[in-house]
Design a protein around this ligand. Structure first.
Ligand code: FMN
Length: 171
């Protein structure tokens, strides 16, 4: 699969088959996350792998939709803001969330290449996530995705035309 094919093949999978994810595929997904670039290479990230079997109630507290716990695995990308690079000389803006998003995107695209489905999830309850995943102080849950084989079909991509996104020389 070329990169052009890969980014068209990825979609938000919201139904999963129960088939297990082979350990080798999970390892490749995690390795893709590990190789993601982060600001100043600080790597202020943690990835939590959750096996969903028997955890349905816990996962339902984090995000209520039934498909969330349908895949055999759920991944959570956490930030460690205290370790992140920030634009200290100017406005102090932290890039922890950007780093985490790149890690997630690397994993999502790696999963897609292997025929696995994912769906970025941000609309979860962070208090429940902290509790269920036993996050220590200083670690923030930022993104989740189920990880499993899709049981639905891709939809046509709805995107704004390039002309609305791209500005030439100035906004
Ligand atoms: C940062 C981010 C957060 C998202 N959070 C959710 C979510 O909480 N629940 C959900 O069902 N989809 C979520 N999505 C999936 C988007 O709705 C989906 O990617 C978008 O509609 C485009 O569809 P596609 O991924 O199939 O191309 C999220 C996507 C991103 C990038």
């Amino acid at each position: 699969m070329t990169f052009a094919e890969l980014i068209r093949a990825r979609y938000a999978v919201r139904a999963y088959r129960p088939d297990p994810v082979p350990d080798g595929l999970l390892a490749q997904v995690l390795e893709a996350g590990r190789l993601a670039p982060t600001a100043a290479n600080r790597q202020p990230i943690g990835i939590i792998v959750v096996h969903t079997a028997g955890r349905e109630a816990d996962l339902g507290r984090i995000y209520q939709w039934e498909w969330f716990g349908q895949a055999p695995l759920v991944l959570c990308v956490c930030t460690v803001p205290g370790e992140a690079w920030a634009r200290a000389n100017f406005d102090g803006r932290s890039y922890a969330d950007v780093d985490a998003a790149i890690v997630m995107d690397h994993m999502v695209l790696a999963a897609t290449e292997m025929g696995l489905g994912t769906c970025w999830v941000a609309a979860f309850d962070p208090v429940a996530a902290r509790d269920v995943l036993e996050l220590p102080h200083g670690v923030e849950p930022l993104l989740f995705t189920p990880l499993g084989f899709p049981a639905d079909q891709p939809r046509a991509k709805e995107r704004r035309p390039l002309a609305e996104l791209v500005h030439r020389e100035r906004w």
